[in-house]
Design a protein around this ligand. Sequence first.
Ligand code: NAP
Length: 199
Amino acid sequence: MKTGIFGGTFDPVHHGHVELCRQAEREAGLDRIFVVPARLQPFKLEQKTADGQHRIEMLRLAFSADPRIQVSDYELSREEISYTIHTLRAFQERFPEDEIYFILGTDAFMKIELWRNYGELLKNYHILVGVRPGYREEELERLIRRLEQEFQADIRLLTNKELEISSTDLKEKIRQGCPLGAWLPDIVERYIKEHALYT
Ligand code: NAP
């Protein structure tokens, strides 16, 4: 089986995340994907987020239409910092026969050499990189080529729709009381309102 792992803070989940995940599923022919919200994203340790339970519920609503996509509480249920390599090792141990694909966006990928045990990550797991508006194509492709040579990595650049959406901008829009329909699924917008999140 080809199993995708899509990690993120997802505070909150939006159309950009859903589009990236679905495109990874289609282009790499993934049999299933686990969406894994981080408890403590290593580069955002100081950042306050909505409670993990709310983030997980919003993800379940956003991905409910696709039976191949499940939301996992693997990182949220652990006290430790959410290092991706620990999560990937754990899923590989759970599914030893599977090929594991890690899904991420351009900004995260461009900093991958700062991640814990990134060489092991690149050698042992496939990488699917989604794009977003304004991504630096040449710089990205140079990095992909270099990491492929250095680690015999398998890195694929996806052709996902480029959506100008970020969780940070979204939180600002919520504070201003703007309609959110263009940014995230209606059902997630209702959840945010019902629980008065990000106000
Ligand atoms: P996030 O902001 O919630 O976003 C999740 C993913 O969706 C990111 O890869 C992001 O790519 C992508 N994305 C967001 N908006 C998008 C859009 N409009 N179009 C296309 N893609 C979009 O997640 P995050 O906080 O950056 O964390 C990403 C993952 O990296 C997590 O699993 C985290 O634990 C992991 N990480 C690990 C380490 C480590 O192990 N040392 C260090 C840092 C992060 P962009 O990056 O382009 O925004």
